[in-house]
Design a binder for this molecule. Structure first.
Ligand code: SF4
Ligand code: SF4
Length: 446
């Protein structure tokens, strides 16, 4: 067990007290290093979970402002949480690194370029309307990405590369309440999210169709917003907690009104965040209880669909490479369920070698650390190519956009395949692929 030396005054801060508790659970065994993507790439102990834990311990114990060295190694962490899956001692690295990031934000002044980039991301990504406006014009400048990278604007180039080749067809006017087409057996609230709604609204549409088809009414609370993860991981605690409280109010309104069985999330990065609301607001007397209730009701779409009896309408037999998003497999410990769902729906599912390693997406990581993110994406693409799948399925839009920069294999959200197999339309990205020819199936059902 790790020895710590915090003073009683330091421990009176609940954040420090929690970090101290986490630090003491680490037994220095180093098992986590083997599955940490940055250690695998860089081979530097300070870019491993154990190394970062020591850096954080030193910074917090000595009540020191973050140094450039600490910031470098913490910034390189993807928050992929592979270390938490591996750790035999149950070290809650996520809460520790979140605390370290907030400490960095308070005590370290970054260079002007980085401050500008981070402020830009924080004021853009959580807002679907702003994102849509930017996306419209950025399609024109997307081809400039290589030139920008060549003159040193690597983050800007990475941002442009991530813009999807085609935009989803948004159902802007869709109803806030979608009723089942079968006998109603349940009622859920869907977190629409921010980037999902701007970049790929078809994912939520597919989820709503599947749920409605299986007897579940879906509401989308009007006041719900970004889950807060994007700003949280940038260390912007105050802004993030505003999003969190707004979501808790919005979902509590539904819980206390007509009632809901679950809060459904189709972006696993958001799911990991919302499931942690109880912890985040544990010291807020006004919100703690409601935050816990919201967290307890939250389910990833794959987790919820496992509780329903799916009714596939066709045998697709399509070879699907399943990519487990880190936030799903490590953050929420959901890895078997999406594969079982796909198998039940008639797909042939294969595991990607080194499936525990992050693809490099990790929220805004692929824009803030483009070189490392690119190496991880290319490594993932090579592993996927070995399987020669017809399609890649995953449960997080971030992974979809990241992988699309390194492979031509169509990428879909798991729920889009489930929707298709149970009577919905063929996902757009599969329309022009060999899939339609090969199966001869599946005229869209609208
Ligand atoms: S969260 Fe991921 S990148 Fe960060 S230390 Fe853990 S395994 Fe390494
Ligand atoms: S595996 Fe867990 S206990 Fe071992 S060094 Fe890593 S964090 Fe510490």
């Amino acid at each position: 067990m790790m020895k710590t030396s915090f003073t009683p005054a330091q421990l009176s801060d609940p954040g420090v007290a929690e970090s101290e508790r986490i630090l003491r659970t680490c037994v220095h065994c180093g098992f986590c290093t083997a599955t940490c993507p940055t250690y695998v790439l860089l081979g530097d102990e300070l870019d491993s979970p154990r190394g970062r834990i020591y850096l954080i311990k030193d910074m917090l114990e000595n009540d020191r402002p973050a140094t450039a060295e600490v910031v470098k190694h913490i910034d390189r962490c993807l928050s992929c949480l592979a270390c938490m899956t591996t750790c035999p001692s149950g070290v809650h690295y996520m809460h520790l690194v979140d605390h370290a990031r907030a400490h960095i934000a308070r005590t370290y002044r970054r260079g002007w370029r980085e401050r500008l980039l981070r402020a830009f991301l924080a004021h853009l990504m959580p807002y679907p309307a702003r994102l849509r406006a930017i996306l419209k014009s950025s399609f024109i400048v997307k081809p400039l990405a290589p030139a920008l990278a060549a003159v040193g604007f690597t983050s800007l180039a990475a941002m442009l590369r991530l813009i999807p080749a085609r935009r989803g067809n948004a159902l802007w006017q869709r109803s806030r309440r979608s009723v089942p087409i079968a006998r109603r057996t349940g009622r859920v609230a869907l977190l629409s999210g921010c980037v999902n709604e701007a970049v790929a609204p078809g994912i939520n549409d597919a989820a709503i169709r599947v749920l409605n088809r299986h007897g579940i009414e879906v509401v989308r609370p009007a006041r719900a917003c970004c889950c807060g993860a994007l700003t949280w991981h940038l260390g912007r605690e105050r802004e993030s907690l505003e999003f969190v409280r707004r979501n808790i109010d919005a979902f509590s309104h539904e819980i206390e009104g007509e009632g809901i069985d679950a809060i459904i999330i189709t972006a696993s990065g958001c799911g990991t965040m919302v499931k942690d609301y109880g912890f985040m607001l544990r010291n807020d007397p006004l919100y703690a209880k409601r935050a816990e209730r919201v967290a307890a009701l939250t389910k990833d779409i794959s987790e919820y669909l496992m509780m329903l009896e799916l009714r596939p309408v066709c045998e697709t037999n399509l070879l699907v490479a399943y990519h487990g998003a880190c936030s799903l497999q490590h953050g929420q410990k959901i890895n078997r369920e999406p594969k079982q769902l796909l198998t039940r729906a008639g797909f042939v599912v294969c595991d990607i070698p080194e499936g525990h390693l992050c693809c490099g997406s990790a929220g805004t990581y692929n824009m803030l650390q483009p070189a490392l993110a690119r190496r991880l994406a290319e490594r993932k693409a090579e592993n996927i190519a070995k399987l020669a799948p017809r399609v890649i399925a995953t449960g997080n839009l971030g992974c979809m956009t990241q992988l699309a920069t390194v492979t031509d294999i169509p990428i879909v959200h798991t729920v889009e395949l489930i929707d298709w197999a149970t009577g919905g339309p063929l996902p757009d990205v599969l329309r022009t692929s060999v899939v339609e020819e090969r199966t001869g199936l599946l005229a869209p059902v609208t």
